[in-house]
Write a protein that binds this ligand. Structure first.
Ligand code: CAO
Length: 278
């Protein structure tokens, strides 16, 4: 895939979508014609191809309160030790995906063009959709199954910087086996992600935000109320919605749901990831 150099990349955060000051936007006076070329042209081809594959979308909500607390503690620790590592939620989510993929290898697979063979991929090369001025790019973090959360954080930062500078290489872009799109870094709750062919599954992450949860959803039945309209112990939790799309020719909904439940269990109890992390 040819990568062109980005001139004015967009940087996104959950609260601030554009960092560079812009001229005041004026309404257009006449139509403007633009030739679709470069990465945008590649997008036309890959998205059209991907959309021809029968796929389904499955969504769930994860309670990330414990992960939010853990990341806060680790960020503080890194600051004290003067480590410059950027620790967003993505490295935890990428590692948890890899652990869950180990149990569901069918989701870390490629399908050939005629859909005659499934290739179960040995490496977990997890792609991360990145929003750049040139268009959508999906570089991947390679061999996640062998990496620590800290290793993933440094590699993700490198890829993000390369994307920012328009310097992603073909190697950065090729060989992905599973993908994530953190649209929640910009905003929003649900999305229907489009497959990165020949991969068979992709997840879109919504924005992590505080939501009121009734006690019966919180593993605390002692405080539940029989009154449908009165919940004295309603609590606020850091919730994230996740939307999965999968190739329905080879993946069934039950497998996707079981994988998502496994991932949810890791992310809701991040300490459980440690036992399985090499
Ligand atoms: N909910 C809440 N906060 C979030 C968040 C989310 N889903 N995602 C990121 N954040 C927070 C981060 O934790 C970080 O906070 P701190 O400053 O406190 O550490 C801040 O927002 C900035 O994060 P980031 O965006 O720089 O880094 P990231 O590792 O979370 O994500 C990347 C990296 C490349 C996925 C993201 O920048 C990006 O480009 N997202 C857009 C993806 C996209 O366009 N998808 C659509 C594809 S389909 O067209």
């Amino acid at each position: 895939q040819p990568i062109t150099k980005s001139t004015t990349p967009i940087s996104t955060t959950a609260t601030n979508t554009v960092e560079t000051p812009r001229k005041q936007v004026q309404p257009m006076k006449e139509d403007r014609h633009e030739t679709i070329k470069g990465i945008k042209k590649i997008m036309v081809k890959t998205m059209t191809q991907a959309n021809s594959i029968p796929h389904f979308t499955y969504c769930d909500d994860y309670d990330l309160t414990e992960l939010v607390k853990l990341r806060k503690k680790l960020k503080k620790l890194y600051e004290q030790e003067k480590k410059t590592l950027k620790l967003s939620y993505m490295p935890f989510i990428i590692k948890a995906c890899s652990l869950a993929l180990t149990e569901y290898p069918i989701l870390n697979a490629h399908v050939d063009a005629k859909c005659e063979t499934i290739i179960y991929k040995a490496t977990h090369n997890i792609g991360v959709a990145m929003d750049t001025r040139d268009g959508l790019l999906v570089p991947n973090v390679k061999n996640v199954q062998t990496l620590s959360i800290q290793d993933i954080a440094s590699e993700l930062t490198r890829l993000q910087q390369q994307a920012y500078n328009g310097k992603l290489t073909n190697d950065d872009m090729q060989g992905g086996t599973f993908s994530l799109s953190n649209i929640g870094a910009i905003g929003g709750t649900y999305a229907v992600p489009v497959l990165v062919v020949p991969e068979v599954a992709i997840g879109a992450l919504g924005k992590i935000s505080l939501k009121a949860c009734a006690p019966e959803n919180l593993d605390d039945s002692s405080s539940s109320s029989d009154d449908d309209e009165y919940y004295p112990n309603v609590r606020f939790r850091h919730m994230m919605s996740i939307s999965w799309s999968a190739d329905h020719r080879v993946i069934d909904g039950a497998t996707m749901a079981r994988f998502s439940n496994k991932l949810k269990s890791y992310l809701e109890n991040p300490i459980s990831m440690m036992i399985n992390t090499k």
